[in-house]
Structure formats: structure tokens, C-alpha cells
Design a protein. Structure first.
Length: 154
């Protein structure tokens, strides 16, 4: 009998300066999945902001297994016109393909939930593309799909 893989040996923690190369590898893979890319200056500024102390900047949590980063999430707290409290936007979530289905994504989202709770932000939301069916199986279990459709400036 085989046992299902677990995340017992995965640690979720804040991003550190020494994580740069692994972070870049993961974020590049995330962008590639969504058929996107960014300029070098965006990599540089994003990493600096993730490590900064400006409360308006994004934060980053990473999943570490065996001393190697295997997942990341970028999230941001911001004001909301319909609430007194801030809300939390989870912008990026990525797990290496070899750890998908082991609970890494769930642990990262739950860590963002905990960060939101610690900041008294009652709402956490994120977007994904309709075709991202594998991730949506997880999202349907730990989140609630909304009827909103995203538009953006052309």
C-alpha cells in the first residue's frame, strides 16, 4: 500500500534575500505558465519590494522542502471602499510541478489566510484563468468562486 505524499516536511516562511535565485526560478515558471514575461527591471524591483517594509508593497511567503524553494505566493493588503478593514489580494501562487497535489498550494493559501487574520483583514481574494482546472480543484475546496468577471484597460 502506498501512502499519499504529505507536506509534513514543507515549511512555509517569509522570503529572504538569500532566496533570490529560487524565487526567480519559481516566479519565472509561474509567468511562463500564464504565457507572460517581465523585463529584468521588474524582477529587480519586485524582489526589492517583496523584501521592503512599505505596508503598501506586496509580501511573499515561500514553501521550502529540503532546503529548496518549491512554491511561492505574493499577496497585498489594500483598502476597500465597501469595508472599514483592509482586504488581502493574493496575486501569485505557484508550486513546482513535482510537488503539486501534495498540499503545498493549500499550505501557502492557508498561510496567507493566517497573515490576513493577523492584520484583521477579513477578506482574501484571488483570480485565476478559467483554463487553470488543476488549481481550481484546490480553489473550489478552500475558497468560494464569485460571479465577477475581470475587465482591464486595453
Amino acid at each position: 500500500m502506498t501512502t499519499a505524499p504529505t507536506t509534513d516536511d514543507v515549511r512555509i516562511r517569509p522570503l529572504e534575500r538569500s532566496d533570490h535565485d529560487d524565487w526567480r526560478r519559481l516566479w519565472t515558471a509561474y509567468l511562463t505558465f500564464y504565457e507572460s514575461s517581465v523585463a529584468e527591471e521588474v524582477y529587480v524591483s519586485t524582489f526589492a519590494r517583496l523584501l521592503g517594509d512599505d505596508p503598501q508593497d506586496f509580501s511573499c511567503l515561500v514553501a521550502e522542502k529540503g532546503g529548496v524553494l518549491v512554491g511561492l505566493t505574493h499577496y497585498l493588503f489594500h483598502r476597500h471602499a465597501w469595508r472599514v478593514e483592509n482586504v488581502c489580494y493574493l496575486q501569485d501562487l505557484y508550486a513546482d510541478p513535482e510537488v503539486r497535489g501534495t498540499g503545498v498550494g493549500r499550505k501557502l493559501i492557508e498561510a496567507v489566510y493566517a497573515a490576513a487574520d493577523a492584520k484583521d483583514a477579513p477578506a482574501v481574494y484571488w483570480l485565476t484563468q478559467e483554463f487553470n482546472t488543476t488549481a481550481r480543484q484546490l480553489y473550489d475546496r478552500i475558497g468560494k468562486v464569485t460571479p465577477f468577471i475581470k475587465y482591464q484597460r486595453p
